[in-house]
Design a protein around this ligand. Sequence first.
Ligand code: HEM
Length: 499
Amino acid sequence: VYTAVKSFKDIPRYYVLVDPLNPLSFLLPIFSWNPGLDQAWKEWDTLYSRYNTEALLYVPLLAGHVSVHCSSPEALRMVLGDAFLFSKPEKVLALNFMGSNVVASTGEQWRRHRKIAAPAFDNQSYANVWEVTSRLYHEMVISEEWKSDDRHYFASFNQFTTRLALLVISACGFNMHLRWDESPTRKELTNPIDSTIVMVSKTVQEKVIFPNWVFRLPIEFLQRMRVAFADLETFLHNEISAKKAELKNDLHFDGSLSESNKTVFGRLVAASQQEGAKGLDDREIAGNLFIFFFAGHETTAHTLVATLAMLAIHQEEQNNVYKHIMSVLGDAEPTFEDYNSLAPVLHCFHETIRLFPAAYVMLRSPSEDTAISASKLTPSSDTVVLPKGTEIVLDIIGAARNPRIYPDPASFKPSRWNAPSALDNFLGFSSGPRVCLGRKFATVEAVCFLTWLLREWKVDVKLDAGETLGSWQQKYLKPTLGITLKTGDVPLLLTRRSA
Ligand code: HEM
């Protein structure tokens, strides 16, 4: 600590008890007590401006490493712009228990994963995402819980966005088209496949932290986790074998595939086969499929529910976006061709990611001594020299609330995104060569779902006696910081507009 503090003498220091990114502090939220994170979250909005800086030296006093935290979008983009000079440190590569994959790899190995996985995300996949999302919205609103009435109070709207995100990735990722209320079983699985995936997604953090022996303990929760992870792995490997056999007959001379195999999964297996020895092996394909389920499911679901909550709190913004939807569509059915015309819907989603970024930090480490520069990076200099191996924390919350870029940063203002250039500083999906592969997948799903829902339903919050909109937001949208940022169960009141 002493050496690190000395070598970064120009950067203001921030003392915490436990490094928020230390494995130990990942454990603490499970017991709802994390001094590092709690302290950091409470002060996050004002942290950097209080020290008049955009780079801070985090100095943990009890446990963890000294690290440089940065909230300058320009400096962050510089770091993210070179995936080889600034690679992911070892401790964030733990999401590889089902096989190496595009998220949990670096260097040449990452390049190989990315080259094979990226073409699977194309316009045809996005058109498919739109179509599937529309179908699921309609199945949702005629399901038992919705159809009975024109007014509903849902204690946790998260159940719907989680279900939606899961079924969209299953259909568009796997060609596994489940109906809204369908919960299919497979003979090789202990539980239905949808609950297996939900269990796995919800407990990835524990899986990363706990050593394997923990799963031999006779504790029910741990046993359910063990079964879910083992079952998902078996399921993925069975599906991969079946898909390989099917593709032997399906791959046309020109390398094209039939419609049913033009999913992310079909394309991933086909591309792996076409690459021959350079392709991905079965474990690597399983690793990537798992990561798509994980990265594509909870992140989108949480951002969607938070977007609806913010629109419920900010009725004038909801009204604006509703009017825009009506002006573009009237009574016509929204289609994928309308995506660009529905930009204000996307702005609401982006503004919510800015305030509640699912991926709230990214870690990088330079492979050689490197300087990063940005205006007023520290009180005394525009440049900070990072010695080789320094842990640099790309603070997405700090960058997204940087008052230099976002005036009145805590306010929900979707119009910030009206100018296309505003997106230059948007880091919610990262930037540079490792930018989120599922970015458009997520935004197409979000715009489609929000458009259908907001056109047909008015969304409100129900305040208890003495409660204000501000205290409601604090109560229900207080983030928990684990592997991703999540908010708790969000209760919403929906009224059919035609009623
Ligand atoms: C609101 C939804 C989402 C958000 C906020 C989000 C955010 C991010 C961020 C910030 C990263 C960079 C992480 C890092 O470098 O450490 C990332 C990477 C990634 N995301 Fe997303 N994501 C979302 C949805 C999705 C979806 C739907 C998928 C897949 C269907 C997906 C697949 C991926 C993959 C594969 C990567 C790794 C890319 C690479 O390292 O080359 N994401 N995402």
